[in-house]
Design a protein around this ligand. Structure first.
Ligand code: ATP
Ligand code: MG
Ligand code: FE
Length: 347
């Protein structure tokens, strides 16, 4: 099916068009620059930016793919999780588009969309797979048995998301927002073993209850204490490299533990933090050593985008799922197990 997907859960206005598992266009407009001076995403600013960007982005995506609106088989939209106001803008646009075109509408889960992104790489996705989603808002470890019916949440962060930790530690080190790329740059000349920062929820006593959960607030506090104690003579490169190593180590260790526990030798990475080269390298290296195939979609499919939303809807359609009713709204805390919301009841 030919599907247009709309993603507005955070600061990216993403419009994607797919034909089944073939990616036709993927336009992403970010309002990041507008948030940078506030040191984080401002919900109202994000919602207004979506309002301004949606129309031109839809037009750009149609032009890029050579698709006419009338040719679409369906419209898809993120219904959650994310910022309520930002989500609402995309949902309103998607409903208007679907109703005016007389096309079915699929309201889908943003997190499952991040996994569906991997369908669009052209390589066969083998299931089941363990998936690690790491972004500014989420750090989740999932077991995906079937993309349209069976996504299990194994664990998630109990406090900050991994990207959020990068952003907060960057601020501690006097680096600008967003912090991920800045820490990466600063870490390039640092020694990752200079300081042994804590690996959250990794002690033997944590592992029965929190084997697949993450915690980054203790790490952030440890970095804060360390920087205070070394005020005036702060080796920024070493702190950045050591902090990054702690985050990467715990992410990869727990993801590979899940692969081993469930006997699933496949790990899929997704989310904006995958931009971190050290994370990709360590995952590939330790994955290979453990006999686990690690898949990493291109970054344009890892950060928030509309193509993954369209791709997930195309998959739902292909498996015979009915469209959503028009009654759904934004659900800022939609659980990952709800792959599609408001599916129409068969009559
Ligand atoms: P969500 O997808 O959960 O709604 P989001 O939109 O904030 O949240 P993304 O756009 O996927 O998430 O990713 C943004 C996050 O990725 C930011 O926290 C940013 O600091 C982080 N990030 C970007 N590049 C890097 C990098 N090279 N290393 C580490 N983190 C990075
Ligand atoms: Mg973002
Ligand atoms: Fe996301």
């Amino acid at each position: 099916p030919l599907v247009l997907g709309i993603e507005t859960s955070c600061d990216e206005t993403g419009i994607g068009i797919v034909r089944g598992r073939t990616l036709l266009s993927n336009t992403i407009a970010s309002s990041m620059d507008e948030h940078a001076r506030y040191g984080g995403v401002v919900p109202e600013v994000a919602a207004r930016a979506h309002l301004e960007e949606l129309q031109p982005s839809i037009e750009a995506a149609l032009a890029e793919s050579g698709v006419a609106l009338e040719d679409l088989d369906a419209v898809a939209v993120t219904s959650g999780p994310g910022l309520a106001g930002a989500l609402m803008v995309g949902i309103g646009a998607a409903k208007a588009l679907a109703v005016s075109l007389g096309k079915p509408l699929y309201a889908v889960n943003h997190l499952v969309g991040h996994i569906a992104a991997d369908l669009l790489t052209g390589d066969e996705i083998v299931l089941p797979t363990v998936a690690l989603l790491v972004s500014g808002g989420h750090t989740s470890l999932l077991l995906v048995r079937d993309l349209t019916t069976d996504v299990e949440l194994l664990g998630e962060t109990v406090d900050d998301a991994a990207g959020e930790a990068f952003d907060k530690v960057a601020r501690l080190l006097g680096l600008p927002y967003p912090g991920g790329p800045e820490i990466d740059r600063a870490a390039a000349t640092g020694d990752p073993n200079a300081i042994r920062f804590p690996r959250g929820l990794s002690r033997a006593s944590d592992l029965d209850k929190h084997r697949y959960d993450f915690s980054f607030s203790g790490l952030k506090t440890a970095v804060a204490r360390w920087t205070e104690q070394h005020d005036g003579e702060l080796p920024v490169a070493d702190v950045a490299a050591s902090f990054r190593e702690a985050v990467v180590d715990v992410l990869v260790t727990k993801a590979l533990a899940a692969c081993a526990d469930y006997g699933v030798p496949r790990l899929l990475l997704g989310g904006g933090v995958i931009a971190n080269k050290r994370l990709r390298d360590v995952a590939l290296e330790r994955g290979a050593a453990a006999g686990v195939t690690v898949r990493i979609p291109p970054l344009s499919l890892c950060t928030d985008n509309g193509a993954m939303i369209a791709g997930l809807a195309a998959e739902l359609i292909a498996s015979g799922r009915r469209p959503s009713t028009l009654e759904f709204g934004a659900d800022s805390t939609l659980p990952v197990t709800e792959i599609q919301v408001a599916e129409t009841v068969a009559v």
